[in-house]
Each structure stands twice: as structure tokens, then as C-alpha cells.
Ligand binder design. Structure first.
Ligand SMILES: C[S@@+](CC[C@H](N)C(=O)[O-])C[C@H]1O[C@@H](n2cnc3c(N)ncnc32)[C@H](O)[C@@H]1O
Length: 238
């Protein structure tokens, strides 16, 4: 998969590409990330990428010409990171990982000229109801969530159990030692009984989702076992 990122601040992506799972995915050629400097497409003497807003007011706006030019070499769906966009989600990451190539535009200052959005953008994506200084961090958030779903980047079993993947929150995790400063891990996890462990994990997932994110439970279809467990959990919590 190819991910192009248009930005005025390419250095921000250095650590993103050279650490941990993303670095390994790039090295294994499972993903190609092209950081495209919008300023390289400013052809005036001062390489000016932004300008004052028409109508007056505060702040600067990214000019249309360099962004349109930079997009000429990009194929596939185009995403604009924006606090006004659809809220990013695991489902959207699952949808986007099916693409061969995507391009993410990181805005800055007051944003980008609206004509770019109207004419070239397929998705406007927000990473939450707050405003950041630029779209660089959202571009990393979106790319990271997509890259870990590319086959062979991480084990399928790993992301399939993650929160949101199957509509529920993940169950709690513990590692060695089994007891630390008097704090013990749940007995069932060291019992060696895999059926019981699976059942405990499912119950914990359902319980957490019920307690923390009831809204998620309305969006998924539970099977008979899950329904039974959930009813038991509700009774226990009364
Ligand atoms: C200061 S913001 C501009 C905000 C814009 N004037 C507004 O109120 O909608 C600069 C850039 O940061 C990015 N950005 C800020 N917050 C974001 C969020 N919550 N999700 C995605 N992108 C965001 C966008 O690319 C935006 O163009």
C-alpha cells in the first residue's frame, strides 16, 4: 500500500517512519510512505505556501496552486484532515486499508483553500472534537491505524482482539510476574484452561464495554453466548 502525505512540515514524520512497527512495515515493503513537501510545489520566488484570507480576518490559508500541483502525482482516494470531518474510527481504517494508494493532506494555520476540498477531497476526517495546530499528527494517527491492519504488519489475531475491531472493548491484559507487591493476576489466567480463559476474556470485554461504552453495544449483533453473558453481567452489577 502507498500512503502519500502532503505537509509543510516533513521533519515531523521522521520518528514516525523510523521507529517500531511502522519502521518494520516500511522496511518489509508492506507500506510505502511518501512525505510530500507542499513547499516544493510553490514556484514563486519566496516559495510562499499560504496567503491572507479573502474577506479579511485573522490567520493564513494554504494556497490552492501548490496543493493542486502536489496532488497531480497522487492516485487513489484523497483525505483531508479536518476538525470538521467525519470522526475517524476503526471501521474507517478497515475501509481505507483496502485501497492500494491513499493521500492525506495535512492542513495548517486556518486550513486549506476550500476549492481543494470541493474538487479533490474524497474524505474529510477528524480525529476528535478539538483543534490542533496542524494535520500532521492526525495524518500520523490515520496512517498508523491503517498500517497495522495491512496483512503481515502485525499478527491478525493481535488486531482482531483489539478494542473496536469486533465492536467491543478489549479485555484486560496481564504479564509476569503472577504476583507483584501483593497484587495478583486473575487466577483463571494461570489455570492453563484455555476454554475458561477465552470465556473470562469475552466476559471482561462485554463488561468493560457495558460499563464504559454502552453505545457500542447498540451497534453490534451479539451471538447467543454473548447475550447470555451480558445478561449475567448486568445482574452481577445490580
Ligand atoms: C488550526 S487547524 C484549522 C482549524 C479550522 N480553522 C477550523 O476551525 O475548522 C489547522 C489544521 O489542523 C488540522 N486539524 C486540526 N484539528 C484537527 C482534528 N481534530 N482532526 C483532524 N485534523 C485537524 C487540519 O488539517 C487543519 O487544517
Amino acid at each position: 500500500m502507498v500512503i502519500n502525505i502532503l505537509t509543510l512540515f516533513p521533519n515531523m514524520f521522521e520518528a514516525f517512519q523510523t521507529e517500531s512497527i511502522i519502521a518494520r512495515a516500511i522496511k518489509s515493503r508492506l507500506v510505502e510512505i511518501n512525505i510530500i513537501n507542499i513547499r516544493d510545489f510553490c514556484f514563486d520566488k519566496h516559495k510562499q505556501a499560504d496567503d491572507i484570507p479573502f474577506g479579511g480576518g485573522f490567520g493564513m490559508v494554504l494556497k490552492p496552486e501548490p496543493v493542486f500541483r502536489a496532488l497531480e502525482s497522487c492516485r487513489g482516494k484523497i483525505i483531508y484532515t479536518s476538525p470538521q470531518g467525519d470522526k475517524f474510527s476503526q471501521n474507517l481504517a478497515k475501509e481505507l486499508v483496502k485501497e492500494d494508494e491513499i493521500t492525506i493532506i495535512a492542513g495548517h494555520y486556518e486550513g486549506i483553500d476550500e476549492r481543494i476540498i470541493e474538487n479533490r477531497v474524497d474524505y474529510e476526517i477528524s480525529i476528535g472534537d478539538y483543534v490542533l495546530t496542524g494535520g500532521e499528527i492526525p495524518a500520523m494517527v490515520i496512517s498508523d491505524a491503517i498500517i497495522r491492519l495491512i496483512p503481515n504488519v502485525i499478527k491478525k489475531e493481535s488486531y482482531e482482539n483489539d478494542s473496536f475491531y469486533n465492536g467491543l472493548l478489549d479485555y484486560p491484559h496481564y504479564t509476569r510476574p503472577a504476583e507483584y507487591n501483593g497484587m495478583k493476576v486473575p487466577e483463571v489466567l494461570i489455570s492453563g484452561n484455555h476454554k475458561k480463559i477465552e470465556e473470562w476474556r469475552l466476559r471482561e470485554s462485554l463488561k468493560r464495554t457495558y460499563l464504559r461504552r454502552k453505545d457500542l453495544l447498540y451497534k453490534i449483533k451479539l451471538n447467543e453466548e454473548e447475550k447470555k453473558f451480558l445478561e449475567e453481567i448486568k445482574k452481577e452489577l445490580k
